[in-house]
Design a protein around this ligand. Structure first.
Ligand code: NAP
Length: 275
């Protein structure tokens, strides 16, 4: 049986094994999917992956960029994003790809949200924020604002977005009090796991109509609850997690899928995870 999995550090909370189990059942795929929770250097991890004959793996915190120098090549979209969440072994070579941005796009489509001509505030500047910014630019957002606790990654994200897309309507903000925007996207871990009681943002000090939280567990974060209380439309991160996983699996196993397939998977995953 071909072996797949999720590479990351401190990821025992991950829903990916459950999601891939549901996907494999839906598409009649016979493959294993396990957690590779590893804190060694990417070089040692990659050597181990080759030795164990792993056919493909997803990548999460903190390896989305760190793994890149140890892969044989990248797809165009992964190179553009400088971030990898899906690796596939093709003829013995490990190829890095990224399905986060298309997963984000599919989640918005499912929830009838277009970013065209919108002003978007992105909280965070890591891998997920990069995926959000890419999609915002590709969907002709009017303006993208980045709010992050430190400067370094904010600057890197803005330089990448400007040079890759020649998009100049992107800037960082130190404070979002009093801002008027259309959509706020949380791409930090605030509200999840060890940050469960921390709100990613305060919706009472900003004028915005929609809040998208990429956190998928708990189902409703502190910030999502607060956003609902002030009447904002709220979207949680599980749909994106499922969409990016389905796309990864289709790359690995070669199946094609329809919207109805993903709907069934989302439904099954929701039942397993939230009930
Ligand atoms: P990442 O690359 O490590 O980036 C994390 C970002 O959050 C960075 O901007 C970091 O700020 C910020 N941050 C971390 N801890 C913080 C704290 N205590 N207070 C304020 N800001 C903090 O991680 P990622 O891959 O982007 O993932 C971010 C979140 O999105 C995670 O919760 C992940 O599970 C979720 N996610 C969801 C999906 C989905 O499909 N729904 C997909 C990808 C990610 P600094 O730059 O200052 O360090």
């Amino acid at each position: 049986m071909n072996k797949y999995g999720l590479l990351g550090g401190r990821i025992d909370y991950s829903l990916s094994p459950t999601i891939h189990q549901v996907i494999n059942r839906q598409f009649d795929v016979s493959a294993s999917y396990q957690i590779y929770d590893d804190s060694r250097s990417p070089e040692l991890i990659m050597a181990d992956i080759k030795r164990r004959n792993i056919s493909g793996f997803n990548v999460t915190i903190p390896y989305k960029q760190l793994i890149i120098p140890h892969l044989d090549c990248l797809t165009r979209r992964a190179a553009k994003m400088d971030s990898v969440n899906t690796v596939t072994r093709i003829n013995g070579r490990y190829v890095g790809d990224n399905t986060d941005s298309s997963g984000f796009a599919a989640m918005l489509k499912r929830n009838n949200l277009s970013l065209k001509n919108k002003k978007v505030l992105v909280l965070g500047a890591g891998g997920a924020a990069n995926a959000v910014v890419d999609w915002a630019i590709q969907s002709d957002a009017n303006m993208v604002l980045i709010y992050n606790r430190t400067r370094l990654r904010t600057n890197q994200l803005m330089i990448r977005a400007k040079s890759t897309y020649q998009f100049d309507n992107i800037m960082s903000v130190f404070d979002y009090h009093g801002l008027v925007v259309d959509v706020v996207v949380n791409a930090t871990p605030l509200g999840a796991a060890q940050y469960r009681d921390e709100a990613a943002f305060n919706p009472t000090v900003i004028d915005a109509s929609t809040y998208v939280d990429l956190v998928y567990r708990p189902r409703c974060t502190v910030a999502m609850r607060a956003a609902k209380d002030v009447g904002m439309k709220v979207i949680g991160g599980l749909d994106m997690l499922v969409y990016q996983a389905v796309e990864s699996a289709s790359i690995w196993h070669g199946f094609s899928y329809e919207c109805a397939d993903v709907e069934e998977i989302i439904c099954n995953v929701r039942e397993l995870v939230y009930n």
